[in-house]
Design a protein around this ligand. Structure first.
Ligand code: 5GP
Ligand code: SF4
Ligand code: MG
Length: 460
């Protein structure tokens, strides 16, 4: 998911949030929403669809105020797309009114939900994020202090969360103690205000200057007195999602000081050294495979070619809830250029293989278009374990690498050869210091324990 927040008096904060969410649209395409506080109350608009489908001039005009939080959703828990699951979630308990937007997945909300229901709190959805919103609202109402509500939530919620929260007159941003999902702070020029965004590309679009990332376990608050920070919960082992660099984040974002584009180029260089092959052309699978393909070409001396054209009006195929939609999606989205590839031996670079649908279809299409050989190079290691922290990689039985040897995968996909980057190689591509990543989908070493109730179906 994408989260975005703005605190800026005298600015059109709803419009800024709308721009920010558009820049972050790649992180989720099922629903979009913005909540705005004007000092007295909070108004929210949200719906299923892309940011530009949900917001037009009249919707934005109705969102008047100086603090805004926004969200674009990619469902990982709480089931398929539904209006009730759209965020920001509003919690209104007595006179305590807040709006919350969450990126990540919480792993222990069932018991919290049950106990809140027994206290009379009502729910509209089955999402983990709504539990967080209501838990914060409830404790705030009990203790008359919003910081207490947030701190209490951070002490009790387990899992991944990068959250932005609006009260009628302040903006808060906070991040789980492992810092799994990204969140950064920016500042508008001339003291006009503050911005919080999942990625730095969201700061760029509204003209905000990057200040710093929100630290693991930290709460940052923005109000009339400026920006304040406190530690909400003690930080734990740093575990920033390594997959953000591989696939999820936009190439023009900088995460923890490392350009995503540069990291992807490096991955291509590294895999060119690790798994070289004789070929005529290097192709990248758009969009995330392209910088790596350029890196591979630079390292190997094999020319890069635009041999696969992407329909830019089709969204991210993986982020579609059903298998049938995903399969149709791939065909709609990618089309090879026969004039470029006919008769050629190709090295094709993609970011990841999860279920194997994309690669199989792609190799078929490239052969139909006349490719002489197709050598697939993947710039992430084999995905062997499901993600429980906000990226929807299903149960083990759906992960092709967990069920086949590499030779079997290569045959299933129909490639002439198949190789994955090593975990060492991936880490090297991002930074010299290898510490501080979550790599659980490759290693099975989860930074936050997964309760059995969640994992029992997925580990099969
Ligand atoms: P699959 O192997 O499941 O058919 O598809 C993998 C492709 O889906 C990759 O090329 C990647 O670009 C794309 N993709 C979209 N969303 C995600 C995601 O959340 N995680 C991963 N690993 N890949 C994704
Ligand atoms: Fe990222 Fe993988 Fe960890 Fe999920 S399990 S947070 S995708 S590194
Ligand atoms: Mg892809």
């Amino acid at each position: 998911c994408a989260v975005f927040g703005v605190y800026a008096k005298g600015e059109d904060v709803a419009r800024m949030a709308c721009f920010g969410l558009q820049a972050l649209q790649h992180r989720g395409q099922e629903s979009a929403g913005i909540a705005v506080g004007d000092g007295e109350t909070i108004t929210v608009a949200k719906d299923l669809g892309l940011v530009t489908q949900v917001f037009d001039e009249s919707t934005l005009a109705a969102l008047d105020g100086f603090v805004a939080v926004g969200h674009a959703r990619y469902s990982t828990s709480g089931g398929a797309a539904s209006w009730e699951a759209a965020q920001p979630h509003i919690s209104a308990i007595d006179d305590v009114l807040i709006a919350l937007a969450h990126n990540g997945t919480l792993v222990n909300t069932n018991a919290i939900r049950t106990s809140l229901i027994s206290e009379g709190v009502q729910f509209r959805s089955h999402t983990d994020s709504e539990v967080a919103a209501k838990a914060i609202g409830y404790v705030t109402q009990q203790t008359h202090h919003l910081r207490n509500g947030i701190r209490h939530a951070m002490e009790t919620l387990e899992g991944a969360y990068a959250m932005v929260l609006a009260s009628p007159d302040s903006l808060y941003a906070f991040r789980d103690p492992n810092g799994i999902r990204p969140l950064c702070v920016g500042r508008l020029p001339d003291d006009r205000g503050w911005v919080v965004s999942s990625e730095t590309c969201g700061l760029d679009i509204v003209g905000a200057e990057y200040v710093r990332d929100v630290e693991p376990g930290e709460i940052v608050c923005f109000n009339d007195e400026g920006m304040h920070s406190e530690q909400g919960v003690a930080p734990r082992r740093r575990a920033a999602c390594i997959f953000e660099y591989v696939y999820f984040a936009r190439p023009d974002s900088v995460l923890d000081g490392m350009s995503v584009y540069q990291a992807r180029r490096n991955m291509g260089r590294v895999i060119a050294r690790e798994s070289p092959v004789e070929a005529d052309l290097v192709l990248g699978v758009p969009d995330s495979g392209v910088p790596s393909a350029m890196g591979y070409a630079a390292e190997s001396g094999i020319p890069y070619a635009d041999g696969i054209v992407k329909n830019r009006y089709v969204g991210r195929t993986f982020i579609q809830p059903t298998q049938a939609m995903r399969q149709l999606g791939i065909r709609l989205k990618l089309n090879p250029l026969p004039s470029v590839i006919a008769g050629k031996r190709l090295v094709v670079i993609d970011d990841s293989i999860v279920r194997g649908n994309t690669s199989k279809k792609l190799v078929d299409m490239l052969r139909e278009a006349g490719a002489a050989e197709v050598h697939l190079r993947i710039v992430s290691p084999e995905v062997l374990w499901p993600c429980f922290y906000g990226i929807d990689t299903d149960s083990r039985d759906q992960l092709i690498a967990a069920n086949m040897t590499n030779a079997e995968m290569c045959e299933f996909i129909g490639a002439d050869s198949l190789a994955f980057i090593t975990l060492e190689g991936l880490r090297d591509s991002i930074r010299a210091n290898h510490e501080g990543f979550c790599e659980a989908c490759f290693t099975g070493e989860y930074p936050v324990d997964i309760p059995e109730s969640i994992s029992k179906n997925s580990f099969l």
